[in-house]
Design a protein around this ligand. Structure first.
Ligand code: HEC
Ligand code: HEC
Length: 350
């Protein structure tokens, strides 16, 4: 065997070993996912597997319990505000208002985001102050202007309801605990998914899934207007915070992420929201200040409200009125699911 053949053989062997190592690596990485397959959420086309915390695997009984809690106004001090009051399936899982209204008609200063696909959010709330959905769920229950119920009272109240007592015993093997309430609600929220939209079918190869206007709008979204610098991936969010110049002309602008990170560079930054079902969730932005998608595109077209922390990806867009209309068509038509999660309120336990 001459030297060249030996060398080639070595290269080939090296290649095979490399490939084997790579495959083994991939398999190891996927192994937990494969083992978890039995408890996975059903995911509509176009979305990725739902990430689930190790200590809160889903089950049908837990999800059913979480759904009752989500729709139950008894989780508020005044028995008249539920999670669904502000995140309602008929209103894009938001509330259709600029600000949310909690107990005794009190209003906060931020708009209620949709909870659609919040299963994929790395941070929750506009400023990302909560991590997982489990961390988030007890926030509104205790918030004095939302549901205003202290956790010991919540536990006492729900423990007195036989149907909840029994379900907690069978799902968690305990009385009602606030930890269990958070876990069950989070497990339920992970079922509120929107995929399988015309955009997903178009991407999968069905060229008739999007109208021509929507296709032109999609092209502008991903290229000329670089909306995808932030609204990226299957859920159209980079799970990060940006100042796109909303509300920065107010007297005392909401500082957003800065309140959590303590960094001046984060002033006026908010979490990039999903754009799935965006046609259903007006008004828009953390302060609900933009009533329509036309207003949103106009905001981006002028390059937001100038301010020292404005993101470098925000600049005046040179898009014509026609292109603006196409962008909106893409957002409305392309990102509205053919299997929108319309959940009916369940029967509540007594
Ligand atoms: C009174 C209205 C109101 C009620 C009731 C309410 N929320 Fe919210 N929700 C909001 C508002 C407003 C925000 C945004 C607050 C912020 O970012 O500071 C929010 C944020 C969220 C988020 C974060 C979404 C995201 O994209 O960051 C989730 C998840 C959520 N709520 C779930 C719930 C659950 C679960 C309940 C019931 C236990 C609930 N909400 C009750 C108004 C409400
Ligand atoms: C630099 C990152 C970035 C870029 C680029 C960007 N966005 Fe956004 N987008 C955000 C953030 C962050 C918010 C929330 C801002 C706030 O509430 O203050 C947002 C909000 C929105 C909303 C409102 C969503 C809701 O639920 O209220 C829409 C619609 C939207 N963007 C569409 C677009 C379009 C269309 C483009 C391209 C023309 C675009 N975005 C470019 C980061 C970005």
């Amino acid at each position: 065997m001459d030297n060249r053949m030996l060398q080639r053989r070595r290269i080939r062997r090296g290649f095979i070993w490399g490939l084997t190592a790579l495959l083994a690596g991939c398999l190891l990485q996927w192994a937990p996912a494969i083992l978890l397959a039995a408890d996975e959420y059903e995911v509509p086309a176009g979305l990725k597997a739902v990430p689930v915390p190790d200590d809160n695997p889903p089950s049908a009984a837990k999800i059913a319990l979480g759904k009752q809690l989500y729709f139950d106004p008894r989780l508020s001090r005044t028995d008249d505000v539920s999670c669904a009051s502000c995140h309602h399936p008929d209103k894009g899982w938001s509330n259709g208002e600029r600000f949310a209204t909690g107990v005794e008609g009190q209003k906060g200063g931020r708009s209620a985001p949709t909870i659609v696909n919040s299963a994929y959010a790395r941070f929750n709330f506009w400023d990302g102050r909560a991590g997982t959905l489990e961390d988030q769920a007890l926030g509104p229950v205790q918030n004095p202007i939302e549901m205003d119920l202290k956790l010991p009272e919540l536990e006492k109240k729900l423990n007195a309801i036989k149907g909840y007592q029994e379900q907690f015993q069978s799902v968690f093997g305990t009385d009602v605990t606030s930890d269990g309430v958070a876990k069950a609600i989070a497990a339920y929220e992970r079922t509120v998914l929107s995929g399988n939209a015309p955009y997903d079918r178009f991407k999968a190869g069905d060229k008739s899934a999007l109208s021509e206007a929507a296709q032109r709008g999609m092209h502008i979204f991903f290229n000329k207007a670089v909306c995808s610098a932030c609204h990226v991936g299957p859920n159209f969010s980079d799970n990060a915070f940006h100042n796109v110049g909303v509300g920065m002309d107010q007297k005392e602008p909401d500082v957003g992420r800065e309140a959590v990170s303590g960094l001046l560079g984060d002033r006026g930054s908010f979490k990039t929201p999903t754009l799935r079902e965006i046609g259903r969730t007006a008004p828009y932005m953390h302060d609900g200040s933009l009533a329509t998608l036309e207003d949103v595109i106009e905001h981006y077209r002028k390059g937001g409200v100038p301010n020292p922390q404005l993101d470098e990806e925000i600049f005046p867009l040179k898009v014509s009125d026609e292109e603006k209309a196409d962008l909106i068509t893409f957002l409305k038509e392309g990102l509205s699911s053919d299997s929108y999660p319309t959940h009916e309120a369940p029967k509540l336990p007594e």
